[in-house]
Design a protein around this ligand. Structure first.
Ligand code: ADP
Ligand code: ZN
Length: 723
C-alpha cells in the first residue's frame, strides 16, 4: 500500500503530496512520522492507494504511526482541501485546525495514574521491615489504592520492595481528565412555551438548512438550542455548540452537563493541554457527542453531525484574525452541507449581514419578541453627559445613575456598571458639545495617532491635523481616552462606601475559570456591584440585577469602523439585557455625549427593525458591506525596503485588475497600516473596497505570488480590526 502524505510543515514550498510505502492497515486521516530530506517529520495521511505514481523501490516507508485510529475524519480531509483552497493556506495549516495544538507536537498523551494492588501477604518479611509489613497490611485491607499517596505514607522503598517480591502489583491505568467536573445545574428540562415550540418545529420541519433565531434577551433561545441538540442525539446524531466567549462556556457547559451528562465535551484554549487532549479524544472516539466551545470547536472531530448551533452569532470573535483567517460561518456551512445538518444561528441583535440574508429568505427567520416570564424589557434612561459637565459634575456618574444606584442598593438588589472600553479609545470627542472628528471622505470616525500627533482615517488613509479645540463649539474639553475600570471602582467606593464591589476585566481574570469564579461570586450575591468591560456584557443570567449603568455608550459609536453603529446597538442591547431578568423590573442608565444619536435612540426603545432599516440604507448609500467587500492585502517584513518593494508589486498587480474591471473597485490605494510597525515588522497595506467577490480569487493569487521568506503577504476580508 502507498500513503499520500502532507508533511506537517506549513509552507507553500512543501505544500504537496509526498508518497511513502505503508502497511495495509494504514487508513486515510492517520498521523504518521515519515523520513523527509535527512530527517523525520510528522505528517498526515490524506489518502491510501494500491498503486503509486512512482516505482516502488524509490519510495521510502512510513516510519511510525501515531494513534490507534485515524485522528482526522474523512469529512475533515475534504474540508481541509476546501479550506486550503478558499483561504489559500498550505494544506498542513488547514489540517492543523482539526487537532489540538499540543497533540501535534506530541507533547501530551493519555494521562495515566499508577495504582498499587494487593496480591498476597504470604511472603517472608524480616522483622526489621516494619514499613513493608505495615504497607502490606494496609493494602490487604483496602485491596488497592493510588500509588502516590501510598508511597508518601510508607516510603517509596518499601513499596518497591513489596512489588519486587510479588506481594504488590503496580498498575498504570488510563484516566480521563475532566475539566469543570464540579459543574452541573440549570439544565433541567423545561416545558417549552408555545413560541419555543413553534421555533423548534420550524427548524425541524423546514427544508431550509440554516435558521436565524432573532430573540430578545431572555426569550429562551438557549432552551431551543438544547432541544434541537436533544432531537438530533435521539436520532443518533451529534452536535456542535459554539459560544463566543470563554467566560460563557462554563455556564453553558454546566447546563449541558446536567442535561446530557458525559455526552458533552468542552474544547477551548483555557483548558490544560491534557484536558483538551482527553476531551478531544472523547469526541473522536464517539464517547462524547456534543462539542461545546469557542470558534475553534467548529473543527470538532465529530461524525454524523445533526446540528451546529452558533450562539450570539453577531459576535466578532467568530472571525479568526490570525492565519488561517477563516470565517466560522463558512466552515459551519460547509460542515452542515456535508452532513445534511441544521445550522442554527441565534442572537438578540443579529449582524446586519446575517439579517439581510434572513430577510431575503435565504435563511429561515424565527422571531421571538417576548421574554420567557413575560417580564417587560428594562426601561432605558438616557443621561446627557454634556449637561452634567455644564452642571459642574465632573465625576463619571450622572445624577440619574447615582440615584438609581442608591435605590438599587437600598432595595437589596444588585447592579452592573459597564465600561464600553475596548482596549482604549483613541477617538477625539468634545465633552462640551459631543462633537466627534470624522473623515470627510468616508464618514467614519478618525483615530488619534500619537507617533505623528495626527488623526487618521483607517478606511482611506487620509490624515488630519490634531485638534486643540472643538471646531463646532470652540470648547477645550477634548477627550481621547475612556476611563479605566480601576478608576471607576475607586469612584464608586467613595460614593457608596458600604457597597461591596467586584471588578472584572483582563487584569483581574486569570486561569481557565477566572471568569467563572468572579461571576459565581457575584451570582452568590457576595457583592452588590459588578464593574467590568465587554466580558460582562453577554449571556449571564443574574436574577437580582435590576440596574445596569453604561458609563460611556458613545465610545464604541466612535470606533473608526463602518460597523461602529451596529456594534454599539449590539452592546447596549446585550448589556441592558442583564437587567431585570427575574421578578423586579429592571432599569438601565445609558450615559452619552450624543443623546440625539439615532443608534442610541433605537437601542433605548429596543427597536431592532428600526435600527436595521436605517443601517442597511446607510450601508447601501455609502457602499459598505454587505453592499461591498472590504479587502486588505497586508504586507509585513522586518526589512523596510523589501516591504516597500513588495507593496508596490502587489499594488501594481491589483491596479492591473482594476484597469481590466474598473466597475469592481469602489476604492483602491496603498499606504502604511495605521499601526506602522508591530514587533519589529514594518506594515504596509493595499486597501480596497470591492463591489463583489468577483475579484477575490485573483487578489489571493497576487498575495500568494508576492509572499516570500522575508516578506509576508496575506489577505483579510472585511477585517474586524483595521489597525
Ligand atoms: P436567551 O438565551 O434568549 O437570552 P435564556 O435561554 O437564557 O434566554 O432564557 C432566559 C431564562 O428563561 C433562563 O433563566 C431560562 O432558564 C428560562 N427559561 C427558558 N425557557 C423556559 C421555559 N420554557 N420555561 C421556564 N423557564 C424557561
Ligand atoms: Zn476616509
Amino acid at each position: 500500500m502507498y500513503a499520500k502524505v502532507i508533511v506537517d510543515i506549513a509552507h507553500s514550498r512543501v505544500d504537496r503530496i509526498f508518497e511513502y510505502s505503508c502497511p495495509d492497515s494504514l487508513a486515510a486521516g492517520s498521523r504518521v512520522k515519515v523520513p523527509f530530506g535527512g530527517r523525520t517529520v510528522d505528517g498526515f495521511v490524506i489518502g491510501v492507494s494500491r498503486a503509486s505514481s512512482y516505482p516502488a523501490e524509490k519510495l521510502r516507508p512510513v516510519s511510525a504511526v501515531f494513534d490507534e485510529a485515524p485522528a482526522i475524519l474523512p469529512e475533515c480531509l475534504e474540508l481541509t482541501e476546501l479550506i486550503s483552497r478558499r483561504y489559500r493556506v498550505p494544506q498542513a495549516a488547514a489540517l492543523r485546525l482539526f487537532l489540538p495544538s499540543e497533540m501535534r507536537q506530541g507533547k501530551v498523551h493519555e494521562a495515566y495514574k499508577k495504582f498499587a494492588v494487593f496480591v498476597t501477604d504470604e511472603i517472608k518479611l524480616p522483622a526489621s521491615a516494619k514499613k513493608q509489613s505495615a504497607a502490606l497490611g494496609y493494602l490487604k485491607e483496602v485491596g488497592e489504592c493510588e500509588l502516590a499517596p501510598l508511597c508518601e505514607k510508607f516510603g517509596r522503598g518499601a513499596i518497591n520492595s513489596l512489588s519486587d517480591k510479588g506481594a504488590v502489583e503496580i498498575q498504570a491505568r488510563k484516566i480521563t481528565r475532566n475539566p469543570f467536573g464540579g459543574l452541573s445545574g440549570g439544565g433541567e428540562k423545561k416545558t417549552l412555551t408555545p413560541a419555543q415550540l413553534s421555533a423548534l418545529e420550524s427548524i425541524e420541519s423546514s427544508d431550509k438548512q440554516i435558521h436565524l433565531i432573532h430573540g430578545v434577551t431572555g426569550s429562551g433561545k438557549t432552551e431551543i438550542y438544547l432541544n434541537v441538540i436533544d432531537g438530533q442525539l435521539r436520532r443518533g446524531k451529534t452536535a456542535i455548540f459554539l459560544v463566543p466567549e470563554i467566560s460563557l462556556t462554563p455556564q453553558m457547559l454546566s447546563q449541558l452537563r446536567s442535561r446530557f451528562g458525559g455526552a458533552a465535551a468542552i474544547l477551548h484554549s483555557g483548558l490544560s493541554a491534557g484536558e483538551r487532549f482527553d476531551e478531544w479524544w472523547r469526541l473522536r472516539s464517539g464517547e462524547a457527542k456534543i462539542a461545546v466551545g469557542a470558534r475553534s470547536a467548529v473543527f470538532a472531530p465529530l461524525e454524523n453531525i445533526g446540528a451546529i448551533i452558533i450562539d450570539e452569532e453577531h459576535d466578532s470573535s467568530y472571525i479568526s484574525e490570525s492565519a488561517p483567517r477563516y470565517s466560522t460561518f463558512e466552515i459551519a456551512e460547509m460542515r452542515a452541507r456535508y452532513n445534511g445538518a441544521k445550522l442554527v444561528l441565534g442572537s438578540a441583535t443579529p449582524s446586519v449581514e446575517t439579517y439581510v440574508r434572513a430577510k431575503d429568505g435565504e435563511l429561515g427567520l424565527i422571531t421571538l419578541t417576548e421574554r420567557i416570564n413575560g417580564n417587560p424589557m428594562p426601561e432605558i434612561i438616557i443621561s446627557d453627559m454634556r449637561k452634567e459637565v455644564r452642571r459642574g459634575n465632573n465625576t463619571g456618574f450622572s445624577l440619574a445613575l447615582r440615584e438609581e444606584l442608591d435605590k438599587t442598593l437600598s432595595d437589596g438588589n444588585q447592579a452592573i456598571i459597564y465600561l464600553n472600553r475596548r482596549g482604549y479609545s483613541r477617538t477625539v470627542l468634545c465633552r462640551d458639545c459631543g462633537y466627534v472628528a470624522k473623515c470627510e471622505n468616508c464618514d467614519v470616525t478618525l483615530t488619534y495617532h500619537s507617533e505623528d500627533n495626527c488623526l487618521k482615517c483607517h478606511y482611506c488613509g487620509a490624515k488630519y491635523r490634531m485638534l486643540t479645540a472643538c471646531p463646532d463649539c470652540g470648547g477645550r474639553h477634548v477627550l481621547y481616552n475612556g476611563t479605566g475600570t480601576q478608576r471607576v471602582v475607586a469612584d464608586l467606593k467613595s460614593l457608596f462606601p458600604s457597597a461591596r464591589i467586584l471588578r472584572m476585566d483582563n487584569d483581574t481574570v486569570s486561569g481557565k475559570d477566572g471568569h467563572y469564579k468572579i461571576l459565581k461570586k457575584f451570582a452568590e450575591r457576595q457583592a452588590d456591584i459588578l464593574v467590568g468591560t465587554q466580558m460582562i456584557a453577554k449571556g449571564h443570567d443574574f436574577p437580582s440585577v435590576t440596574l445596569v449603568g453604561i458609563l460611556d455608550a458613545d465610545m464604541s459609536l466612535h470606533f473608526s469602523d463602518y460597523r461602529s453603529g451596529e456594534r454599539t446597538f449590539q452592546l447596549i442591547t446585550q448589556v441592558a439585557g442583564r437587567s431585570g431578568r427575574a421578578g423586579d423590573k429592571g432599569k438601565v442608565v445609558l450615559q452619552t455625549y450624543s443623546p440625539e444619536n439615532y443608534i442610541l435612540r433605537y437601542a433605548a426603545s429596543y427597536d431592532y427593525n428600526g435600527f436595521f432599516d436605517n443601517e442597511i440604507a446607510l450601508r447601501k448609500a455609502t457602499g459598505f458591506p454587505p453592499y461591498s467587500l472590504i479587502c486588505r492585502v497586508m504586507v509585513t517584513s522586518e526589512d523596510g525596503d523589501a516591504a516597500l518593494q513588495t507593496l508596490k508589486s502587489v499594488f501594481f498587480a491589483v491596479e492591473d485588475l482594476r484597469k481590466a474591471a474598473p466597475g469592481e473597485f469602489i476604492f483602491l490605494n496603498k499606504m502604511h497600516s495605521p499601526i506602522k510597525k508591530i514587533q519589529g515588522k514594518i506594515r504596509y497595506q493595499v486597501l480596497m473596497r470591492l463591489q463583489s467577490k468577483a475579484m477575490l480569487e485573483k487578489i489571493y493569487d497576487i498575495a500568494v505570488a508576492n509572499s516570500s521568506g522575508d516578506c509576508l503577504v496575506y489577505v483579510e476580508e472585511n477585517p474586524v480590526n483595521l489597525s
